[in-house]
Design a binder for this molecule. Structure first.
Ligand SMILES: NC(=O)c1ccc[n+]([C@@H]2O[C@H](COP(=O)([O-])OP(=O)(O)OC[C@H]3O[C@@H](n4cnc5c(N)ncnc54)[C@H](OP(=O)(O)O)[C@@H]3O)[C@@H](O)[C@H]2O)c1
Length: 143
Protein backbone atom coordinates (compact mmCIF):
# COMPACT_ATOMS: atom_id res chain seq x y z
CA UNK A 1 0.00 0.00 0.00
CA UNK A 2 2.86 2.36 0.86
CA UNK A 3 4.39 1.98 -2.59
CA UNK A 4 1.02 2.47 -4.30
CA UNK A 5 0.35 5.61 -2.28
CA UNK A 6 3.77 6.98 -3.31
CA UNK A 7 3.02 6.26 -6.97
CA UNK A 8 -0.32 8.00 -6.66
CA UNK A 9 1.27 11.01 -4.99
CA UNK A 10 3.82 11.17 -7.84
CA UNK A 11 0.91 11.21 -10.32
CA UNK A 12 1.95 7.90 -11.89
CA UNK A 13 -1.37 6.22 -11.07
CA UNK A 14 -4.78 7.84 -10.63
CA UNK A 15 -6.69 5.34 -8.53
CA UNK A 16 -6.04 2.32 -6.34
CA UNK A 17 -8.01 -0.94 -6.37
CA UNK A 18 -7.48 -4.08 -4.30
CA UNK A 19 -7.83 -7.77 -5.04
CA UNK A 20 -8.57 -10.76 -2.82
CA UNK A 21 -9.24 -8.82 0.35
CA UNK A 22 -11.58 -9.38 3.27
CA UNK A 23 -13.61 -6.64 4.94
CA UNK A 24 -10.92 -5.94 7.55
CA UNK A 25 -8.20 -5.52 4.95
CA UNK A 26 -10.47 -3.25 2.92
CA UNK A 27 -11.18 -1.10 5.99
CA UNK A 28 -7.47 -0.86 6.85
CA UNK A 29 -6.59 0.18 3.32
CA UNK A 30 -9.37 2.77 3.28
CA UNK A 31 -7.88 4.38 6.37
CA UNK A 32 -4.77 5.06 4.27
CA UNK A 33 -6.18 6.03 0.87
CA UNK A 34 -9.45 6.00 -1.11
CA UNK A 35 -10.07 2.61 -2.73
CA UNK A 36 -12.05 2.64 -6.00
CA UNK A 37 -12.46 -1.08 -6.68
CA UNK A 38 -12.17 -4.54 -5.21
CA UNK A 39 -11.57 -7.63 -7.35
CA UNK A 40 -12.55 -10.81 -5.48
CA UNK A 41 -13.71 -14.25 -6.56
CA UNK A 42 -17.50 -14.19 -6.86
CA UNK A 43 -20.05 -15.97 -8.98
CA UNK A 44 -23.49 -17.50 -8.84
CA UNK A 45 -21.96 -20.61 -7.34
CA UNK A 46 -19.19 -19.11 -5.21
CA UNK A 47 -20.21 -16.29 -2.93
CA UNK A 48 -17.88 -16.32 0.06
CA UNK A 49 -17.07 -12.65 -0.70
CA UNK A 50 -20.65 -11.57 -0.01
CA UNK A 51 -19.60 -9.47 3.07
CA UNK A 52 -16.99 -7.66 0.96
CA UNK A 53 -19.56 -7.00 -1.75
CA UNK A 54 -21.96 -5.58 0.83
CA UNK A 55 -19.24 -3.27 2.17
CA UNK A 56 -18.47 -2.14 -1.39
CA UNK A 57 -22.15 -1.32 -1.89
CA UNK A 58 -22.21 0.75 1.30
CA UNK A 59 -19.01 2.60 0.38
CA UNK A 60 -19.74 3.01 -3.35
CA UNK A 61 -16.71 0.92 -4.37
CA UNK A 62 -16.81 -1.02 -7.66
CA UNK A 63 -16.85 -4.79 -7.07
CA UNK A 64 -15.18 -6.79 -9.85
CA UNK A 65 -16.00 -10.50 -9.54
CA UNK A 66 -13.25 -12.72 -10.92
CA UNK A 67 -14.20 -16.21 -12.11
CA UNK A 68 -17.70 -14.77 -12.72
CA UNK A 69 -18.49 -17.89 -14.75
CA UNK A 70 -16.94 -20.26 -12.24
CA UNK A 71 -14.09 -20.55 -14.78
CA UNK A 72 -16.51 -22.13 -17.23
CA UNK A 73 -17.73 -24.85 -14.89
CA UNK A 74 -21.29 -23.68 -14.21
CA UNK A 75 -23.86 -26.39 -13.46
CA UNK A 76 -25.47 -27.34 -16.75
CA UNK A 77 -28.69 -28.44 -15.09
CA UNK A 78 -31.04 -27.25 -12.33
CA UNK A 79 -32.25 -23.66 -11.90
CA UNK A 80 -29.57 -22.07 -14.10
CA UNK A 81 -30.54 -24.26 -17.04
CA UNK A 82 -34.27 -23.70 -16.45
CA UNK A 83 -33.89 -19.91 -16.36
CA UNK A 84 -31.62 -20.04 -19.41
CA UNK A 85 -34.20 -22.03 -21.36
CA UNK A 86 -36.99 -19.61 -20.38
CA UNK A 87 -34.97 -16.69 -21.81
CA UNK A 88 -33.57 -18.59 -24.79
CA UNK A 89 -30.16 -17.80 -23.34
CA UNK A 90 -27.10 -19.77 -22.28
CA UNK A 91 -26.29 -20.61 -18.63
CA UNK A 92 -23.28 -18.30 -18.93
CA UNK A 93 -25.51 -15.40 -19.94
CA UNK A 94 -27.79 -16.13 -16.99
CA UNK A 95 -24.78 -16.12 -14.65
CA UNK A 96 -23.70 -12.69 -15.93
CA UNK A 97 -27.27 -11.30 -15.82
CA UNK A 98 -27.62 -12.52 -12.24
CA UNK A 99 -24.39 -10.79 -11.20
CA UNK A 100 -25.49 -7.53 -12.82
CA UNK A 101 -28.89 -7.78 -11.12
CA UNK A 102 -27.24 -8.57 -7.77
CA UNK A 103 -25.66 -5.16 -7.28
CA UNK A 104 -25.29 -1.75 -8.93
CA UNK A 105 -21.56 -1.82 -8.04
CA UNK A 106 -20.99 -5.15 -9.84
CA UNK A 107 -18.62 -5.14 -12.85
CA UNK A 108 -18.17 -8.74 -14.11
CA UNK A 109 -15.03 -9.55 -16.10
CA UNK A 110 -15.81 -12.86 -17.83
CA UNK A 111 -12.83 -14.27 -19.68
CA UNK A 112 -13.11 -15.86 -23.12
CA UNK A 113 -10.93 -16.84 -26.04
CA UNK A 114 -13.84 -16.74 -28.49
CA UNK A 115 -15.52 -13.81 -30.26
CA UNK A 116 -18.81 -15.73 -30.23
CA UNK A 117 -18.70 -16.06 -26.44
CA UNK A 118 -17.62 -12.42 -26.09
CA UNK A 119 -20.70 -11.32 -28.05
CA UNK A 120 -22.92 -13.62 -25.98
CA UNK A 121 -21.46 -12.28 -22.77
CA UNK A 122 -21.97 -8.65 -23.80
CA UNK A 123 -25.57 -9.43 -24.84
CA UNK A 124 -26.19 -10.83 -21.34
CA UNK A 125 -26.21 -7.24 -20.06
CA UNK A 126 -29.68 -6.82 -21.58
CA UNK A 127 -31.10 -10.04 -20.12
CA UNK A 128 -33.56 -9.08 -17.37
CA UNK A 129 -34.37 -11.73 -14.77
CA UNK A 130 -37.77 -11.85 -13.05
CA UNK A 131 -37.59 -11.41 -9.27
CA UNK A 132 -38.49 -15.08 -8.66
CA UNK A 133 -35.79 -16.18 -11.09
CA UNK A 134 -33.24 -13.96 -9.35
CA UNK A 135 -34.18 -15.44 -5.97
CA UNK A 136 -34.17 -19.05 -7.15
CA UNK A 137 -30.66 -18.52 -8.48
CA UNK A 138 -29.58 -16.65 -5.34
CA UNK A 139 -30.58 -19.68 -3.26
CA UNK A 140 -28.13 -21.82 -5.26
CA UNK A 141 -24.73 -20.67 -4.16
CA UNK A 142 -25.13 -19.00 -0.78
CA UNK A 143 -22.07 -20.03 1.28
N1 LIG B 1 -7.70 -11.13 -9.10
C1 LIG B 1 -7.46 -12.42 -9.14
O1 LIG B 1 -6.86 -13.01 -8.22
C2 LIG B 1 -7.90 -13.23 -10.33
C3 LIG B 1 -7.80 -14.62 -10.29
C4 LIG B 1 -8.26 -15.35 -11.40
C5 LIG B 1 -8.79 -14.69 -12.50
N2 LIG B 1 -8.85 -13.33 -12.50
C6 LIG B 1 -9.40 -12.61 -13.67
O2 LIG B 1 -10.77 -12.92 -13.80
C7 LIG B 1 -11.14 -12.83 -15.19
C8 LIG B 1 -11.99 -14.02 -15.55
O3 LIG B 1 -11.33 -15.22 -15.20
P1 LIG B 1 -11.43 -16.54 -16.05
O4 LIG B 1 -11.49 -16.18 -17.50
O5 LIG B 1 -10.34 -17.45 -15.61
O6 LIG B 1 -12.80 -17.19 -15.54
P2 LIG B 1 -14.35 -17.07 -15.98
O7 LIG B 1 -14.61 -15.76 -16.65
O8 LIG B 1 -15.18 -17.46 -14.80
O9 LIG B 1 -14.52 -18.28 -17.02
C9 LIG B 1 -13.88 -18.30 -18.26
C10 LIG B 1 -14.24 -19.63 -18.90
O10 LIG B 1 -15.61 -19.59 -19.28
C11 LIG B 1 -15.71 -19.88 -20.66
N3 LIG B 1 -16.72 -19.00 -21.24
C12 LIG B 1 -16.72 -17.63 -21.24
N4 LIG B 1 -17.84 -17.16 -21.84
C13 LIG B 1 -18.54 -18.25 -22.24
C14 LIG B 1 -19.77 -18.42 -22.93
N5 LIG B 1 -20.52 -17.37 -23.31
N6 LIG B 1 -20.20 -19.69 -23.19
C15 LIG B 1 -19.45 -20.76 -22.80
N7 LIG B 1 -18.29 -20.66 -22.14
C16 LIG B 1 -17.83 -19.41 -21.86
C17 LIG B 1 -14.36 -19.62 -21.26
O11 LIG B 1 -14.13 -20.48 -22.35
P3 LIG B 1 -13.92 -19.88 -23.86
O12 LIG B 1 -12.54 -19.31 -23.88
O13 LIG B 1 -14.12 -21.09 -24.70
O14 LIG B 1 -14.98 -18.83 -24.06
C18 LIG B 1 -13.41 -19.95 -20.10
O15 LIG B 1 -13.13 -21.34 -20.08
C19 LIG B 1 -9.83 -12.72 -15.98
O16 LIG B 1 -9.70 -11.37 -16.39
C20 LIG B 1 -8.75 -13.06 -14.95
O17 LIG B 1 -7.56 -12.36 -15.18
C21 LIG B 1 -8.43 -12.58 -11.44
Amino acid sequence: MGALIELRDEGKIAHIGLSNVNTEQLARAREMIPIVSVQNRFSLEGRSSEPVLQECEIQGIVFIPWFPLGAGSLSADGPIARVAEAHDASPFQVAIAWLLARSPVMLPIPGTSSVEHLEENVAAASLRLAQEEFEALAALGAE
